[in-house]
Write a protein that binds this ligand. Sequence first.
Ligand SMILES: Cc1cc2nc3c(=O)[nH]c(=O)nc-3n(C[C@H](O)[C@H](O)[C@H](O)COP(=O)(O)OP(=O)(O)OC[C@H]3O[C@@H](n4cnc5c(N)ncnc54)[C@H](O)[C@@H]3O)c2cc1C
Length: 422
Amino acid sequence: MGYSGVGGFFDVKIMASQKNILVAGAGAAGLTAALFAARSGARVLLAEAAHLPGRKISASGNGRCNLSNTGLSPERYHGAPALAATAFTGFGAEQALAFFTGLGVSLREEDQGRIFPSCGRSRAVLDALLLAVSESGVSIALDSPVSLVRPQSGRFLCRYGGAEEVFDSVVLACGSCAYPQLGGGNSGYELARSLGHAVTPLSPALVPLCVKEKSIKRLKGIRAQAELTASLAGKTLSSSSGELLFTEYGLSGPCALAVSREAVKAMSGGPVTLHINLFPEICDDPFKRLIEARVHSFPSRKMKEFLAGLLHESIINLACDRLGSPAEKPVSDLSSGDFKSLISMLRDWRLELAGPLSWREAMVCAGGVCAEGIDPSTMGSLKVSGIYFCGELLDVDGDSGGFNLHFAWASGRQAGLAAAGR
Ligand SMILES: Cc1cc2nc3c(=O)[nH]c(=O)nc-3n(C[C@H](O)[C@H](O)[C@H](O)COP(=O)(O)OP(=O)(O)OC[C@H]3O[C@@H](n4cnc5c(N)ncnc54)[C@H](O)[C@@H]3O)c2cc1C
């Protein structure tokens, strides 16, 4: 499905207020906040710590920018539900489509409701935002980390780069500590704490998983359609089906990223087990019948030949090594216990989670500025009037599929409008 044309999303330009606003961070949330604030009549300075704005936008979706999803719903968000609701009430997928087509970006919907720019380039999204921001009169200061926001007589003394200036309102859009190579860091949390806000525990999410079993590296580079489930003390934490990528250290690919949030967070409560079902499309009984039928057809084959055609040969070799001596016998000689071990290896292969790969590989952060101190209808601080928050700095993270960028746009819009006094 395609969406194009320039819409009239910003029909009204209200010049009544001339508030002086500082937006800290020129990522997805900060650019959107700056744009909505400026188009509402505020004077906006957008201060960015790095040399370039929007680096995560450029890298997103493997360079294609999966910017929203038509399937927005509460279940796709984690952390503080009250703040996450910003993502699907007031500025849902339809409004995001209207916003970006209004900026001149032609969009298309792909599988699972994922929205991308039609040209397949994330740069198109960033360029459109930067053009709109510049056309609306926002000043951008690059290489200018915001290092101080101090309340002063109802306004804020702020330091950015080498400059100090007083602003009426401040929008904190500094992002999270995930992916430090693209600007992730702790300064947003520090600024929030300096203003009296609490930060919930931070842990990497949408991150590849390391496992304790060293032999996994023999499967490096192999992809399988599988179901991955994480459990703690026999209780399921999270489950996902789809492509699983075996790596030198453990598991990656959409399946592993999807379960990573809950699996990593649960590690503080004890050892987390990852269960791989290599035949997710078929239920237990039909699977047993499939194995029995193969025994009937190939009774003299040893395990390696018996499984040939069902799985990648490297997975078969590893399975045989794990089975030990029974793998050397003709399958018709195997005991029912041997078959049980084989079936559980193929349908419930258990690996112990060693931990997330690293913050450098975590696409988002679970945890952030606590919802308690924030008015979800404005993204404004309940502790210090005139301070606003948006984007991944907050205690909200979404599933993979465009949900995180959508939250950045939605919360940025809300913070920008409220900061400008609309
Ligand atoms: C590789 C990768 C791919 C991704 N792909 C997708 C995808 O396809 N779809 C999706 O929905 N999500 C995706 N995400 C997640 C998404 O990019 C983020 O959730 C989103 O960019 C968060 O936006 P943000 O503006 O809150 O933070 P950021 O984009 O991190 O922006 C924060 C900005 O603030 C700056 N900054 C930090 N501290 C300060 C300070 N003190 N003063 C001034 N500036 C400061 C940083 O340099 C940065 O530019 C991806 C993430 C990564 C890492």
